[in-house]
Design a protein around this ligand. Structure first.
Ligand code: FES
Length: 143
């Protein structure tokens, strides 16, 4: 193989490898860390099938047309909690972490029950009451 042909084929191989690595990293960064259940509010309620909660007992709910997600969590006493993931400091979308929710804008942290653990936020997250039926969790938005 001539030197020029060798360099050309080597560069093509490097480009292919680099593009594959880039695509895999891009795909990983676009994957949500937590599953998202997309739904809509009907008559002031969100109906979440219990099967959507799975064994983890945790689900991010994304109502159609809403800017903020709702985090639904099964508590230790088997009741359910629904928290609006809207930072109470300056309304930034929160992201779930292992122990609660964090704000990337100014660093506020909230525990899994929505209480402030680190400011500048001073108020807990908005929560919604929930009603359990045989196979669904109803999140009461209008209450
Ligand atoms: S908006 Fe969340 S800490 Fe400021």
């Amino acid at each position: 193989m001539e030197r020029r042909a060798f360099i050309k084929s080597s560069c093509n191989g490097c480009l292919l490898a680099a593009s594959g690595l880039l695509l895999s990293r891009l795909a990983a960064s676009c994957s949500p860390a937590f599953p998202v259940f997309k739904t809509e509010v009907i008559n002031g309620e969100i109906q979440l099938p219990l099967t959507a909660l799975g064994s983890s007992g945790f689900q991010i709910v994304r109502p159609k047309g809403w800017y903020y997600d709702i985090a639904v969590r099964k508590k230790e006493d088997a009741s359910y909690e629904a928290l609006l993931l809207k930072c109470t400091h300056q309304d930034n979308q929160l992201t779930p972490s292992g122990s609660g929710y964090g704000c990337t804008l100014h660093g506020s942290q909230f525990d899994k029950d929505g209480r402030v653990t680190k400011g500048p936020a001073e108020h807990p997250l908005q929560s919604y009451t929930t009603t359990l039926t045989r196979d669904q969790l109803i999140i009461n938005i209008k209450a």
